[in-house]
Design a binder for this molecule. Structure first.
Ligand SMILES: [Zn+2]
Ligand SMILES: [Zn+2]
Length: 398
């Protein structure tokens, strides 16, 4: 690759001091999906944004679809644009993406043009109490990045534009280099594994030898199984209602699976663990599963709530109190947990590709979203690729 040069390829002052390279020419405009009314996405063109200080421009190569994207499209939350709902604000969603660095903001030398990177979502504001603790997913200035309220908060696909586009801006703290041996599709899964990692280590303080139960074999639950096993948890138990997903859980490192349709889940956990689980991660978030979590956790144990129930859930608070059980909420992937998830994945400690089921080209985003929402063809993780679809490891054109 030729030495990058400081060139301003567009006449706007935003590009002053930005480093670009002739090897990766940047067009003035890019294709981007934008959210209109609820569940209305349109493919339009937007100017390619210029990276500022401590930022880089990433050419998106692949982006995975998350259940939270489906939430945002339908309800707006947890996205927050200019203090309100993200509808009709030229907002581009999509947050689980990876790509290639195409331009560097002024003073950025941590990365080079041409580096393959995957991203975490939240840069936080960097100045509030929680950001200073490394809990930048719990930033107190969430969404404050506009007008007189500009605290510099970024959460791409939530409070700033995301990855359903050809390019996106990322803070240097939110990028992780991708090894050459890792495919684009696998790299999009690093942030999901990072969220699972944060739930297990930062929140739960998991140490080797502790028993872990994961309820709900969606992408976060399945990768929580993999990360828990890699961290030395024992035994790792997965509870699910779909046989094919429990089978993937076994391949990712679960020691046991429980079929929630046909077995007494709490009794089976007691049988497997003796006094109950040290740590339970509930990735389903229903009244049934929250109560199962309370009743299967041993005295002094911990529970992480990794799903966001839309309605109030009633549960056995008394059992929680009298048994000294700790309850954690989780908001994304803080404290650089995504970097540690990448360390495991680069080292092939587990095969995250097992949760990736489908790939579609970017123009087919609406189809990709439908597959993810309706679980068409047993879809688990659906990825949108910017490259020729035939390059992809898996596709619907099986
Ligand atoms: Zn997500
Ligand atoms: Zn903050």
């Amino acid at each position: 690759m030729k030495k990058p040069s400081k060139i301003t390829n567009t006449p706007t002052p935003d590009w002053q001091g930005v480093t670009t390279s002739q090897d990766m020419p940047i067009p003035g405009e890019m294709r981007a999906w934008v959210l209109g009314d609820p569940e209305q996405l349109a493919l339009t063109t937007k100017p390619v944004p210029a990276p500022g200080k401590a930022e880089a421009l990433v050419r998106i190569d692949a982006v995975a679809i998350c259940a939270t994207d489906l939430e945002i499209l339908k309800y707006g939350t947890p996205a927050l644009i200019e203090g309100g709902a993200p509808f009709n604000k030229s907002f581009t969603p999509g947050h689980e993406y990876m790509g290639t660095i195409a331009a560097l903001g002024p003073g950025v030398d941590e990365f080079a043009i041409g580096d393959r990177v995957t991203v975490e979502i939240h840069a936080g504001c960097g100045q509030c109490k929680r950001c200073r603790m490394g809990m930048y997913t719990s930033c107190h200035n969430y969404g404050l990045n506009y007008g007189d309220h500009d605290k510099g908060h970024r959460a791409n696909g939530f409070t700033t534009n995301g990855g359903f586009a050809e390019y996106a801006i990322n803070n240097i703290n939110t990028m992780i280099k991708v090894p050459d041996t890792m495919t684009d599709e696998e790299a999009t899964l690093v942030v999901t594994a990072g969220t699972s990692m944060y739930g297990l280590t930062e929140l739960g303080g998991l140490v080797a030898g502790e028993s872990v139960v994961i309820i709900g074999p969606g992408p976060i639950g399945l990768l929580a199984v993999a990360v828990a096993k890699a961290l030395g948890a024992s035994p790792v138990v997965l509870v699910g209602t779909r046989e094919n997903r429990n089978a993937i859980g076994l391949k990712l490192g679960a020691d046991h699976t429980i079929d929630a349709r046909n077995e007494d889940v709490v009794a089976r956990v007691m049988e497997l663990t003796g006094k109950g689980a040290d740590y339970v991660v509930d990735c389903a978030g229903t009244e049934t599963t929250v109560n199962q979590a309370v009743h299967m956790t041993n005295r002094g144990g911990r529970i992480c709530l990794a799903a966001f129930p839309k309605q109030a859930v009633s549960f056995d608070l008394g059992a929680l109190a009298v048994n000294n059980i700790y309850l954690y909420g989780i908001r994304g992937e803080g404290r650089s947990a995504t970097h540690r998830a990448m360390a495991f994945m680069a080292d092939k400690r587990f095969d995250a590709r097992l949760v990736h089921t489908h790939t579609f080209p970017m123009d087919d985003l609406p189809t990709a979203l439908r597959y993810a929402r309706d679980r068409v063809d047993d879809a688990i993780k659906v990825v949108v690729s910017m490259r020729n679809i035939s390059d992809s490891a898996k596709s619907t054109a099986k």
